[in-house]
Write a protein that binds this ligand. Structure first.
Ligand code: IVH
Length: 669
């Protein structure tokens, strides 16, 4: 590769790495595996080593992590929080050991620790009291996550001194890993799915997302744990090696892993690595390798550091949980919210002890970006015990029989034409009757902001659907005491309560009813807008696309979604049947035309009204709003920083109102 080619490749790699950094650090939503990322990173590092003149200060190799999130405060690390060099092959690991022994002599020993797959957190204790907790950030400046970390039960808020232990030093900076144990992660995801929230991709993302919350009560509800593994700055106590640190911290009340060990030779290091690799699937937390650190601090000093990582430590990563296999078919599954998800049906393959036969392809964009076709040979990864995904296609394996795939235009479950929008890569089935969605639809319909049907919870809904008592929304209103009384876990009294709640739900308002229908992109606010603008249900059901987009705040996406919803005959049928069952939509009081024929001009900013709200308020009362002042203008309403219209009004002698006077005028009858 010549210099010009190298430059081009370097730019490409930088761009890719930047994008993946963003997905990983900012969104907590990586789309490639760590191994894949490391490969890109190492390729960039090697090229930059070869052509140092091509290194730019903004190259991803020139910093450790991601910039801190601005909403959280920042904390400077007095001792930078470095990263670790990764190796994947035994040969490269041996090379590391060799380099170290070449410089330090043969009798060097290493501390070996699991490499936790969580996130690095620094804890600063002053006089034994936890003062600050921060993320690694870019290595020099991290995010202040003190309030959040204080909610983690295994992080001591105050250190203790065990009997015979050295006194707790006046300043102690602890380096630790915060993570979510695997079992707790699964439980949290089950809970989230039950509540209609999207599950976390893996325990690491769950931990990172939890710790970087702005609201620490959310963190408090998340099952996080921690292990301390090193110290930063320490005043008032001198450690001479890593092992001593690991032995002392627990005596001060900090949680340290007892899987850590001291290795006196290369063979002991390799044995430990093998042993941990075998235990990996059975450990209560996720690890992705073993960290080896030169034990002696004096030797560490002698070895020194590179920009991003120390020369005295290495992360010897486990083989990625990947395998190649072929895609036999791609099917589309319809979720509870109507999202159509393409799923690759794989030739079953073993990946670290688990048979994998399906992989999520997420959406059409993802399929197109990776150019995934039926019949392709693909690299599949199982990361963190969650549904496996396709890392990439192996195009060399194509023989011409592969077929491109497109998510169909009709829902595979009910045949309704699907909804595609530009903003959202996810295709949805808008049919309120779609059997795949019925439980989710009922939950939404009955929710507090919907028709608020008390007692109609997730479990009961599942039961009603399962035994066939409810197949469609209107069926809810046909339920009888007899039917309900026979149900498991539903006492007579709660059966009656449910019937009462159903009856009570029949009296509702237009915005609630609209919201309850679960039209994609019609949340409470848009439901209110529609109700206010059109005033009644038939007008909304028949509003044209043009009428809909003409409403302020309603864009093409929402207009299409509303139109598509009411274009589907099944949806109109459901609405009709609900009304037949006696749902009464309270008519909002029409506003009296108290300003009929009165003309207004606005200038300057009002405090309580946007321009549109002010216009609506006038128009609802029969008045008109014009843009320029003339002798025919009845009122000019003046807010702060008025423009030339204010002068014009004074010149022409038009009535001038301030905001208070305008409000009074609106309430006059
Ligand atoms: S020591 C200079 N020990 O690995 C050495 N790091 O690349 C600094 N990590 O995100 C780190 N387990 O959170 C160390 N036993 C362990 C670790 C560990 C996981 C993470 C750490 C950081 C990354 C460093």
């Amino acid at each position: 590769m010549n210099k010009q080619q190298a430059q081009k490749r370097i730019e490409q790699l930088q761009e890719q790495i930047r994008y993946h950094n963003y997905r990983y650090y900012v969104l907590d939503e990586p789309i490639i595996s760590d191994a894949e990322y490391d490969r890109l990173f190492q390729e960039l590092q090697q090229l930059e080593e070869q052509y140092p003149q091509l290194i730019t200060p903004d190259s991803p190799t020139q910093r450790v992590g991601a910039p801190p999130r601005e909403e959280l405060g920042t904390v400077e690390h007095t001792v930078p929080m470095l990263s670790l060099q990764s190796v994947y092959e035994e040969e490269d690991f041996r090379h590391f050991l060799q380099t170290v022994t070449d410089e330090t002599g043969d009798d060097v020993s290493f501390v070996a620790e699991p490499k936790y797959d969580g996130l690095a957190v620094e804890l600063i204790y002053r006089d034994g009291v936890l003062q600050v907790a921060s993320t690694r950030g870019d290595g020099w400046v991290g995010e202040d996550i003190t309030d959040n970390v204080r909610t983690i039960r295994t992080v001591p808020l105050r250190l203790i001194k065990a009997e015979g232990a050295p006194p707790v030093p006046p300043l102690l900076e602890i380096r630790s890993e915060v993570f979510m144990p695997v079992a707790a992660f699964h439980q949290l995801n089950r809970q989230r799915e039950a509540q209609g929230q999207s599950p976390f991709a893996n325990p690491r993302n769950a931990a990172a997302g939890s710790v970087r919350q702005l609201d620490s009560t959310i963190t408090a509800a998340r099952p996080l744990d921690m292990y301390a593994y090193a110290v930063g700055r320490v005043e008032g106590h001198a450690f001479s090696n890593e092992w001593e640190v690991l032995q002392t911290l627990p005596q001060w009340g900090l949680k340290v892993d007892d899987r850590n060990t001291l290795c006196a030779s290369a063979q002991e290091c390799l044995d430990y690595y093998q042993q941990l690799a075998q235990q990996r699937e059975d450990l209560p937390y996720e690890i992705d390798g073993v960290v080896f650190k030169v034990n002696d601090f004096a030797l560490q000093q002698a070895l020194g550091s590179r920009t991003r990582s120390p020369r005295w430590a290495v992360a010897y990563k486990f083989a990625a949980r990947q395998a190649t296999t072929t895609i036999k078919d791609i099917i589309v599954s319809v979720g509870r919210t109507g999202a159509l998800t393409p799923v690759a049906m794989l030739e079953p393959v073993q990946i670290s002890g688990v048979t994998v036969s399906r992989a999520s392809l997420h959406n059409q964009d993802e399929i197109d970006r990776k150019d995934i076709r039926i019949g392709d040979t693909v690299l599949v990864e199982r990361a963190g015990d969650v549904i496996p995904y396709v890392v990439k296609v192996i195009p060399e394996q194509r023989d011409g029989t592969q077929q491109q795939f497109r998510i169909p235009d009709k829902c595979p479950v009910c045949g309704t034409e699907v909804l595609r929008t530009e903003d959202d890569p996810i295709v949805r089935c808008p049919n309120i009757d779609c059997p795949a969605q019925i439980e989710g639809r009922i939950e939404h319909f009955a929710s507090r902001r919907g028709l608020d049907i008390d007692g109609l919870g997730e479990k009961l809904i599942a039961q009603l659907v399962e035994i066939g008592l409810v197949e469609r929304l209107p069926d809810l209103y046909d339920l009888t005491q007899d039917q309900l009384a026979g149900l498991e876990r539903l006492a007579d009294k709660s059966a009656q309560n449910l019937l009462d709640a159903l009856k009570a739900s029949k009296k509702t308002t237009l915005p609630r009813f609209l919201y309850a229908l679960g039209i994609f992109q019609v949340g409470e606010h848009i439901a209110h807008l529609l109700a206010e603008h059109f005033g009644n249900l038939p007008a909304i059901m028949d509003a044209s696309y043009d009428e809909l987009v003409a409403i302020h705040e309603i864009g093409p996406e929402i207009a299409t979604s509303v139109r598509r919803f009411f274009d589907a005959p099944q949806n109109r049928q459901v609405v009709a049947e609900l009304l037949e069952r006696g749902i009464q939509i309270e008519q909002a009081q029409p506003t009296a035309a108290t300003l009929a024929g009165v003309s207004f001009v606005f200038t300057g900013a009002l405090k309580e009204f946007s321009r549109d709200q002010a216009r609506q308020a006038v128009e609802q009362r029969g008045g008109r709003v014009t843009s320029s002042v003339s002798r025919n203008t009845d009122y000019v309403v003046v807010g702060s920083n008025p423009g030339s219209k204010y002068d014009a009004a004074r010149e022409l002698g038009v009535n001038i109102l301030d905001e208070e006077a305008f409000k009074r005028l609106l309430t006059e009858v």
